[in-house]
Design a protein around this ligand. Structure first.
Ligand code: C2E
Ligand code: MG
Ligand code: MG
Ligand code: MG
Length: 288
C-alpha cells in the first residue's frame, strides 16, 4: 500500500471541483502566481545501485508550497498546468532548477555527487519544437555533460508521432538519455522499444510491489526485455528489503523507493552525500 510521506500531502479537489470551470481557472491563476512567487520547489529522490547501495542518481520531483493548502504533490496540479499551458514555463523552471542543483552537487561533492539527474517532462513539453535546443542551452549554461541528464517520458509520449519523436531523436543526438517511466502501465510495443531512442526503463511500482503478492513476475519478463535490448533497468517504488533482494536476484541494476530513501529537499540530500559516502541500505552488503 502507498505510504503517505510527511510534507507530501496532495491538494485534494474533488471531481465536482475539477469539473467546475471557475475553480479550474482559479487554480490556474494561483499556479501562475506560484511560478512568479517561488512557491514551487523540487524534492530529490536517490536512485540507488542495488548491489552496493551507492547513490547513482537523483530524480527531481516537483512540489507546490501552497499558501493556504499546504504542500501539494504534482498529481494535483500538473494536469491543470497542462490544460492552461503553464506547463511550458513550469517545465523550464524544473529543468533549470534541477540542472543547477546537479551542477552544485558536482562542485561540492565531486565523485560522490549523483551520477545523473532524472527529470520528468510532460507530453506538452516534449511537443515543443524548442525542447532540444533549450536543453542544449541549459547544459552549456551549467557546464553539464549531456550524459548526466536523463529525461523521463511515458510510453504514450514516446509513441506520439511528429515533434515528440523528433525531439527524442534530438536528445539522443545531443547525448541526453531517455527513460521510459512507469514502464508496463502504458501501451509499449516491442516496436516502440526497438525503434525509439530509449536508454532506460523504469519498472512501474505496481510490478515492483506485485512480487510479494505471488502474482506472475512481470518484473522478470521486463528484465529479460531490458537485457536483450540493452536498456538500463531501474525499479521504482521499492519499499521492502525483500523487494530489493528479488530485484537484485533478477538482474535489476538500480532502484528507487522508500526502502532506500524518500524524496527529500536538496540540503538533506547533500547531508546524505556527506554523511554516508553515498551509501544507502542495500540487500547485498546488509546481509554480508
Ligand atoms: P513518477 O515519475 O513515476 O515518480 C515516482 C512517484 O512515486 C513520486 O511521486 C514519488 O514520490 C513516489 N515514490 C517514490 N518512492 C516510492 C515508494 O517506495 N512507494 C510509493 N508508493 N511511492 C513512491 P510524486 O512525487 O507524487 O510524483 C508523481 C508523478 O508526478 C511522477 O511520477 C511524475 O510523473 C510526475 N511529476 C513529478 N515531478 C514532475 C515534474 O517536475 N514535471 C512533470 N511534468 N511531472 C512531474
Ligand atoms: Mg519519474
Ligand atoms: Mg515513475
Ligand atoms: Mg510510477
Amino acid at each position: 500500500a502507498a505510504k503517505k510521506l510527511p510534507g507530501t500531502a496532495s491538494l485534494h479537489y474533488d471531481a465536482s471541483m475539477a469539473a467546475n470551470g471557475t475553480e479550474h481557472a482559479h487554480l490556474g491563476a494561483e499556479l501562475r502566481e506560484a511560478l512568479e512567487n517561488d512557491q514551487l520547489f523540487l524534492l530529490y529522490q536517490p536512485i540507488v545501485s542495488l548491489d552496493d547501495g551507492r547513490i547513482m542518481g537523483s530524480e527531481a520531483l516537483i512540489r507546490w508550497a501552497h499558501p493556504t493548502r499546504g504542500t501539494c504533490g504534482p498529481d494535483s496540479f500538473i494536469p491543470v498546468a497542462e490544460r492552461t499551458g503553464l506547463i511550458v514555463p513550469l517545465g523550464q523552471w524544473v529543468m533549470r532548477t534541477a540542472f543547477a542543483q546537479l551542477a552544485s552537487w558536482i562542485s561540492e561533492h565531486g565523485d560522490e555527487a549523483p551520477g545523473v539527474m532524472n527529470v520528468n517532462v510532460s507530453a506538452r513539453d516534449l511537443r515543443e519544437p524548442e525542447f532540444v535546443d533549450g536543453m542544449a542551452a541549459l547544459l552549456k549554461e551549467f557546464g553539464l555533460a549531456p550524459d548526466r541528464i536523463v529525461v523521463e517520458v511515458t510510453e504514450t509520449m514516446a509513441l506520439e508521432p511528429g515533434q515528440s519523436i523528433i525531439n527524442l531523436h534530438g536528445l539522443r543526438d545531443l547525448g541526453v538519455r531517455v527513460s521510459l517511466d512507469d514502464f508496463g502501465t502504458g501501451h509499449s510495443t516491442l516496436t516502440l522499444l526497438h525503434e525509439c531512442p530509449i536508454d532506460e526503463i523504469k519498472l512501474d511500482r505496481s510490478f515492483t510491489q506485485a512480487q510479494v503478492d505471488g502474482r506472475p513476475p512481470v518484473s522478470a519478463a521486463v528484465i529479460h526485455l531490458a537485457q536483450v535490448l540493452g536498456l538500463h533497468p531501474v525499479a521504482e517504488g521499492v519499499e521492502t528489503a525483500e523487494q530489493a533482494e528479488q530485484l537484485l536476484a533478477l538482474g535489476y541494476i538500480a532502484a528507487q523507493g522508500y526502502y532506500f530513501a524518500p524524496p527529500m529537499p536538496a540540503d538533506r540530500f547533500g547531508e546524505l552525500l556527506r554523511e554516508s559516502g553515498s551509501l544507502m541500505p542495500a540487500p547485498a552488503w546488509q546481509a554480508a
